[in-house]
Write a protein of this length. Sequence first.
Length: 428
Amino acid sequence: MQIHVVQAGQTIYGIAQAYGTTVQEVVTSNEISNPNQLVVGQALVIPIVGSFYWVQPGDSIYSIANRFGIRYQTLARVNNISLDQPLVIGQRLYIPPPLKRSAEVNAYVEPTGRVVSSILEQSTRQSAPFLTYLAPFSYQVQRDGTLKTPLLNNFPQIARESRATLMMVVTNLEEGQFSDELGRIILTNEEVQNNLLDNIIATAKEAGFRDIHFDMEFLPPENREDYNRFLMKAKERLSGEGFLMSTALAPKTSAEQAGAWYEAHDYKAHGEIADFVVLMTYEWGYSGGPPMAVSPIGPVRNVVEYALTEMPGSKIMLGQNLYGYDWTLPFIPGGQYARAVSPQKAIDIARINNVPIQYDYTAQAPHFNYTDTSGNKHEVWFEDARSIQAKFDLIKELGLRGVSYWKLGLDFPQNWLLISYNFNVVKS
């Protein structure tokens, strides 16, 4: 699998010819909306076995082999190069495909409104073969311990057909917001807890859930130990009924990190109690904040490296966004919110406005600016094959359990191709 970045003057035909594949393969794999108008800076996934690398100044057979995680003897052999032969700048080398390791993949799906849209269901059906877990969002806890059920539609059937484990997401959402008061009630009222666990177990058995996932956010900091005790109680009951139990954690970089979203989330305790955790490593760039990458690689790495001091990598699912944002400039705090866009939509915006896509190598994220037909300036940050591959490389480097996506329904075909290229997805 090759990631190719479109350069000025390149055509879809020329790119396909360069890699020995067909125009149709490239168009279909990337779901290109207008093959005759590629965007400069657009990343394309080329569906070939292995990849190619062009020698850069300062490269050696040893440094290139190390970069791609293969033995230098193997690289020399497959390219029929003597180890004593100097490389030539611009020389094309074939890189064999990497050995794939097993990984778990989760994706949340969040239906809104009164019915599940056909587009969301179709997106879920297409993505399910690449998933270990499918997580309808969410069962909302009521103040008496009962549950408000999300729209499930055909999600349980889709999970069964694709051998994905159905994940039951339980939240302290109330009137569309995470509620600290509801969280306090759940964590301190034993009667409510017992009723809640009874309802979770009954519902999970009826609907076919196998993992119970607690996404409890904005909890009062003083209830940190209460949350830990609740999770221990829940784990004992759920394990006794044959269920897995997982949790979602805010992106922390230290045990003492201050803030309402962080203090009640005890990484060490969750790592000891839960079967696995999802790190919510996204939303540095968010709809109400200034334009920036949604999940820049540096901050993401910092969170994971802290988490690894509290729990093994085999328990960590790296959170990853399947979306970007389109900000109207100038950014004014408390003003207009950014619009969420899929990676495919972002590329179409760049194409329609005839602007090139830039890439921030520090953040490992694509971005661009444009002016709309009303004269308003915009800044867009999103995800592409390069930014996703950077996260997959991090998962492999640090030995993490896998990746968890927020959320299905946004077009990003390259992501699923790269999942297959990098990992053997664990199935139930």
